[in-house]
Ligand binder design. Structure first.
Ligand code: HEM
Length: 180
């Protein structure tokens, strides 16, 4: 997992909680990297899981909620670093359909060693977008948070239903436009 995901996560913990809590979770997570990440470095994704579990133990907030919240936060960070992806796509459905075929393809060029999921899309039902997340890593909650971040960015009213397929490594997201 890329260092920029870890630095964004620790920034979120500092912003939403405190720098003291950042130090505490790094201390108690027993990380091979020692918790010092460079944005371009690549680290074991299990370190992210360890950090989130420590944050859960210290705050009592469920792991899934923490990861979803981080997904929303990360979406804003990613767009701040790469604003073109939003400029080129004018709606949520347009943007999300580009994640697999374009955005993550560009990400691979920008961040060598990035471990990225795959998405399959079903657009056969009008007013709906169904996207199926698959990965060897258990980050379906992160995907859900990133999708929520995308919906918030465009300010559209969209209902999302999630169906878990394989324990955190695969899930189907059914997005339905809510007519005003
Ligand atoms: C709503 C849209 C998006 C979704 C649902 C999404 C989903 C994900 C997920 C779930 C991961 C974690 C890796 C895994 O599960 O295997 C991931 C990683 C990543 N994504 Fe996306 N993504 C989105 C948009 C973007 C955008 C806009 C960017 C860049 C501008 C981006 C860049 C990355 C990077 C750099 C990683 C980390 C890879 C690594 O750590 O090795 N994603 N994405």
């Amino acid at each position: 997992m890329k260092g920029m995901v870890f630095t964004s996560f620790l920034e979120m913990v500092e912003t939403k909680f405190s720098l003291k809590l950042v130090d505490e979770i790094i201390e108690s997570a027993d990380l091979q990297s020692g918790g010092s990440y460079t944005t371009v470095g690549t680290y074991d994704h299990h370190e992210m899981i360890k950090l989130v579990v420590q944050l859960n133990e210290k705050t009592g907030i469920p792991v899934a909620d923490l990861v979803r919240t981080f997904g929303e936060y990360l979406f804003v960070q990613l767009l701040t670093m790469h604003p073109d992806f939003a400029v080129e796509n004018s709606t949520v459905f347009e943007f999300l359909q580009k994640v697999d075929s374009y955005i993550h393809v560009e990400v691979r060029k920008l961040y060598p060693g990035a471990e990225l999921p795959t998405f399959q899309y079903d657009t056969s039902i009008s007013g709906m977008l169904i996207m199926t997340y698959s990965s060897s890593r258990p980050f379906a909650d992160l995907a859900e948070g990133l999708i929520n971040g995308c919906i918030a960015h465009y300010g559209e009213s969209i209902e999302m239903k999630r169906i878990n397929l394989i324990d955190g490594t695969s899930a189907r997201f059914e997005l339905t436009k809510v007519e005003a």
